[in-house]
Design a protein around this ligand. Structure first.
Ligand SMILES: Cc1cc2nc3c(=O)[nH]c(=O)nc-3n(C[C@H](O)[C@H](O)[C@H](O)COP(=O)(O)OP(=O)(O)OC[C@H]3O[C@@H](n4cnc5c(N)ncnc54)[C@H](O)[C@@H]3O)c2cc1C
Length: 407
C-alpha cells in the first residue's frame, strides 16, 4: 500500500490496550483518521500484574504521570522452591500499576492526540463488498477493509490488530498459535501491605509465583505453560503460597483474575508474520511477550510505536525487521533459554535454586540478576550466568568466603 505521509488514511485499530493506544497516539497527529475500537468501552482492569520495569519507564517517561496511581518498588525478593531467599535492590525503581489506571492514561493520550474511540466488539475483518474473509491469508488486497461489529461495518484503508492474546482476528490474518505457544496466568487481589516484589520459583515448573504490591492491595499471581498444569493445580499453588507467606486463607470474596499470555515457542516466533501491505499486528495479538517472564506491556507499547514510525515513514514493510532488531532477537534467545532457566539442574539442584544460592555469595552474580530484572538482556545472559555460577561453585568448593554480605 502506498502509505506515504502525504496520503491520509482511514486507520482502524482494534483494541485500546497499551499497544493500540500507543499506535493511535502516534498516528493521529499526522492527520490520519484513527478509529480505536474497544469492546469494553474504555479503560478496564485487564487481568495483569501491572509491573513495568525501569527500561519501560526510561523510554516512556509519560508513564510517571503524577495523576496515575502506581507503586514504586525498589526491591525484588527471589525465593526458590524450598523458600530460600535472595533480596535484590534495584538501581532504578520498577512501577506497578492497576491496569485500569494504566489503560486510562494510555487512552487519554490517544484521544488527546485526535484518535476517536468506538465502543464496539469487532467480530471479523472482511474486504468491502466481499462476502467472507476466506481469502485474507493470501493477502487479497484489492478493496478496503470492512470491520464488522454487531451493529454495522466500518471501512478502513489500514487495519491494526491490537486486541490482545488469543486474537481470532490475528489468526484470520496471519498465524495460528498452538497450545504450547501460551502460558496460563491467574491470581488474586489481596488486601495486604507490602513494599517489595516476591518471585517464587517452583520445582520443575516453567513459570513462577509473584506478588506485585499495588497502591492499595497486593496482586498475587502464578503463570505456567498452558499445556503443563491444570487451573486447579495453579490455584492450589497460590493458596499454599498465601498460607505459608502471609498466614492467610484465600476466600471466595477475594478478587480473582485469569487470562492467557502468549509465550510463543522459538519455531512459532521464527515463522510469525506480523504485517502485510495494509495490516499489522502489535502487542499480545502479535505474540510479542518475553517468554521467560511473561512481561508484555513494554513490548506492546514499543511495537505500537515501531509500527507507527514505519507507517509514518511510508514503509510499513520495515516494521517486522524493526521489531526483530529492537527486541525480537532477544525474545528468540529467551525462548531458547526458557527450559534451561526453569527446569535444568546445576550441580545436583534446580538451576533457579543455585542461582539464588550463588547470588547470595557473589557480588557479580547479584548484579547480573539485578540487571536481568531491569533490562532482560537474554542475549548475553547464559554466558554470564554460567560463568559466574561456576566461579561461585569453585569458591564454595575451595572454601572461599562470600565477597560481600547479601541482603
Ligand atoms: C495474569 C497476567 C499478568 C501479567 N502481568 C504482567 C506484568 O506484570 N507486566 C507486564 O509487562 N505484562 C504482564 N502481563 C502481560 C500484559 O498484560 C500484556 O502483555 C499487555 O496487556 C498487552 O497489551 P496489548 O495492548 O497488546 O493487549 P491488551 O492489554 O490485552 O489489550 C487488548 C484490548 O483489546 C480489547 N479487545 C479484545 N478483542 C476485541 C475486539 N474483538 N473488538 C474490540 N476490542 C477488543 C480488549 O478489551 C483490550 O482492552 C500479564 C498478563 C497476564 C494475563
Amino acid at each position: 500500500m502506498g502509505t506515504s505521509t502525504a496520503s491520509k488514511l482511514n486507520i482502524a485499530i482494534v483494541g485500546a490496550g497499551p499497544a493500540g493506544c500507543m499506535a493511535a497516539a502516534q498516528l493521529a497527529p499526522a492527520g490520519h483518521r484513527v478509529l480505536l475500537f474497544e469492546r469494553q468501552g474504555g479503560a478496564w482492569e485487564k487481568p495483569c500484574g501491572g509491573g513495568i520495569t525501569s527500561k519501560g519507564i526510561r523510554r516512556y517517561p509519560f508513564l510517571l504521570d503524577a495523576m496515575t496511581e502506581k507503586k514504586s518498588i525498589r526491591h525484588i525478593e527471589l525465593l526458590d522452591h524450598a523458600g530460600r531467599r535472595l533480596k535484590i535492590p534495584l538501581q532504578m525503581p520498577l512501577y506497578v500499576y492497576s491496569r485500569r489506571a494504566l489503560n486510562e492514561l494510555m487512552l487519554k493520550r490517544a484521544l488527546h492526540a485526535g484518535a476517536e474511540l468506538v465502543t464496539a466488539h469487532v467480530k471479523s475483518l472482511d474486504r468491502m463488498n466481499s462476502a467472507k474473509d476466506a481469502s485474507l491469508k493470501a493477502d487479497a488486497r484489492n478493496a478496503p477493509w470492512a470491520l464488522r461489529t454487531s451493529e454495522k461495518a466500518f471501512e478502513a484503508d489500514f487495519v491494526i490488530v491490537a486486541n490482545g492474546a488469543k486474537s481470532s482476528l490475528a489468526e484470520s490474518l496471519a498465524h495460528n498459535f498452538s497450545t504450547g505457544d501460551y502460558s496460563s496466568a491467574m491470581g488474586y487481589h489481596l488486601h495486604l501491605k507490602e513494599d517489595f516484589i516476591r518471585i517464587q520459583f517452583l520445582k520443575q515448573f516453567k513459570g513462577y509465583i509473584w506478588t506485585f504490591p499495588r497502591a492499595d492491595h497486593v496482586s498475587l499471581g502464578i503463570c505456567s505453560k498452558l499445556s503443563e498444569h491444570t487451573a486447579g493445580e495453579l490455584k492450589e499453588q497460590l493458596h499454599s503460597f498465601a498460607q505459608e507467606t502471609y498466614g492467610i486463607s484465600i476466600g471466595p470474596d477475594d478478587y480473582f483474575y485469569s487470562a492467557l499470555i502468549p509465550t510463543p515457542e522459538l519455531e512459532t516466533m521464527q515463522r510469525l508474520r506480523i504485517a502485510g501491505s495494509d495490516w499489522a499486528l502489535i502487542g499480545d495479538a502479535a505474540g510479542l511477550v518475553d517468554p521467560i517472564t511473561g512481561e508484555g506491556i513494554y513490548f506492546a507499547l514499543r511495537s505500537g510505536e515501531l509500527l507507527a514510525d514505519a507507517l509514518l515513514a511510508g514503509h510499513v514493510e520495515h516494521y517486522p525487521d524493526e521489531v526483530r532488531e529492537d527486541f525480537g532477537r532477544n525474545h528468540q534467545r529467551a525462548a531458547q533459554l526458557m527450559p534451561m532457566f526453569y527446569t535444568s539442574r546445576f550441580w545436583g539442584e534446580e538451576f533457579t535454586t543455585r542461582m539464588i544460592q550463588f547470588g547470595r555469595a557473589s557480588r557479580t552474580l547479584h548484579a547480573i540478576l539485578r540487571e536481568l530484572f531491569e533490562e532482560q538482556d537474554y542475549i548475553h545472559l547464559k554466558r554470564h550466568l554460567q560463568r559466574q555460577m561456576l566461579r561461585s561453585l569453585a569458591e564454595a568448593i575451595f572454601g572461599l568466603k562470600p565477597r560481600f554480605s547479601p541482603q
